[in-house]
Design a protein around this ligand. Structure first.
Ligand SMILES: N[C@@H](CCC(=O)N[C@@H](CS)C(=O)NCC(=O)O)C(=O)O
Length: 215
């Protein structure tokens, strides 16, 4: 069953990459450089007409959107226990996080970095950015409160793909000029996630030479 993941450095494709690595999956990674506009090239728009990453291909079937991509990876490799499916309530708690990350936190960040997604009126971009930054600070505070009870991972004792997903937002703090040291439990969680060998491999793959389009 051929598996391909289209991903990019420093982006929200990290949990998908970390999931495939954690599962020991046999897959091909295709790296895009967003700053070079690879996601808008015709050969990638043929893969994902929205021009976004991640895109997962399983047996030639393409799946986009992080929540769907991460679910697919977790279901393909049940032994890796990448998401909890045994208990309905814990599954709900996991999806609560994934959905909030994708449709809340990520959107707040994009208001700052990609305001043109929301309006072509450039005079509104600074206000969008201010609101987005405020919402990111609220998200960091919420994650800090959750992790501040001493839990190891976002869902408690069991690691899940919500953890490397949260690392995406921890990495983006620098772009927002937010000091993560203000959020010590979130900082410590990020260090634990990075210390997982699969996550370290995923981070290394972000600079791998396998490009969709050779520059
Ligand atoms: N809702 C999508 C968002 C994906 C997304 O926006 N990815 C960003 C990278 S973090 C991207 O592809 N950006 C390229 C662009 O906007 O040109 C998901 O959760 O997968």
């Amino acid at each position: 069953m051929p598996i391909v993941l289209y991903y990019a450095a420093g982006s929200c494709s990290l949990p998908a990459l970390a999931g495939l690595e954690e599962a020991g999956a046999d897959y091909a990674g295709v790296r895009l450089v967003l700053a070079d506009g690879h996601q808008r090239r015709p050969e990638y728009l043929a893969v994902n007409p929205r021009g976004r990453i991640p895109t997962l291909e399983v047996d030639g079937v393409r799946i986009t959107e992080n929540v769907a991509v991460l679910t697919t990876i977790a279901r393909l490799f049940p032994a890796a226990r990448l998401l909890p499916f045994d208990d309905a309530v814990i599954t709900g708690r996991a999806y609560e996080l994934l959905a909030w990350f994708a449709s809340g936190v990520h959107v707040s960040f994009a208001q700052v970095g990609r305001p043109e997604r929301y309006t072509r009126d450039a005079t509104a971009w600074p206000a969008l950015g201010i609101g987005g930054r405020e919402n990111m600070l609220a998200a960091y505070a919420e994650l800090e409160a959750r992790l501040g009870d001493g839990r190891t991972w976002l869902l408690g004792e069991a690691y899940s793909l919500a953890d490397p997903y949260a690392l995406v937002f921890h990495r983006w703090a620098e772009r927002l000029e937010v000091a993560t040291s203000d959020y010590p439990a979130f900082d410590a969680h990020a260090a634990r996630v990075r210390a997982r060998p699969a996550v370290a491999r995923a981070l290394a793959l972000e600079t791998s030479p396998r490009l969709l389009v050779e520059a």
